[in-house]
Design a binder for this molecule. Structure first.
Ligand code: 5GP
Ligand code: ZN
Length: 113
């Protein structure tokens, strides 16, 4: 997707602080962290959001969650963490490329607001 910020991060056109990468998934630090640890885990292929996920791509999201679990361990989030997907306008999504926030390093509040 030519005008997609996260596609540009995948290609390297926009720099990021990478944490993890494999053939299908990239994880990098959020530029505006909302917690002591705030990473974004994304598929390398462009998928707009959860509503645009196809049945064939379900395994990719499973893989992303296993990457999240691995990062939580590597980043020492021993007391727990939160995983968030903001979907669409009411979900608070601002970048239209599927991504999961990994937040940790402090106790999270609920409801999130
Ligand atoms: P959303 O609001 O769509 O759920 O999350 C988008 C996230 O992307 C936000 O937390 C925002 O801080 C982050 N973000 C926006 N632009 C950039 C950028 O250029 N680099 C990085 N690393 N994160 C970004
Ligand atoms: Zn994209």
């Amino acid at each position: 997707m030519p005008d997609c910020l996260f596609c540009k991060i995948v290609s390297g056109e926009v720099p990021s602080r990478k944490i993890y990468e494999d053939g299908d998934v990239l994880a990098f630090y959020d530029v505006t962290p909302q917690a002591p640890v705030h990473a974004l885990v994304i598929p390398k292929k462009h998928i707009g959001d959860l509503n645009m996920l196809t049945d064939d791509e379900a395994g990719l999201v499973g893989h992303i969650f296993l990457v999240v679990r691995r990062l939580a361990k590597e980043l020492n989030l021993t007391e727990g963490y939160r995983v968030v997907h903001n979907c669409g306008v009411h979900g608070g999504q601002t970048v239209a490329h599927l991504h999961f926030h990994l937040l940790g390093g402090r106790e999270m509040l609920w409801p999130p607001g």
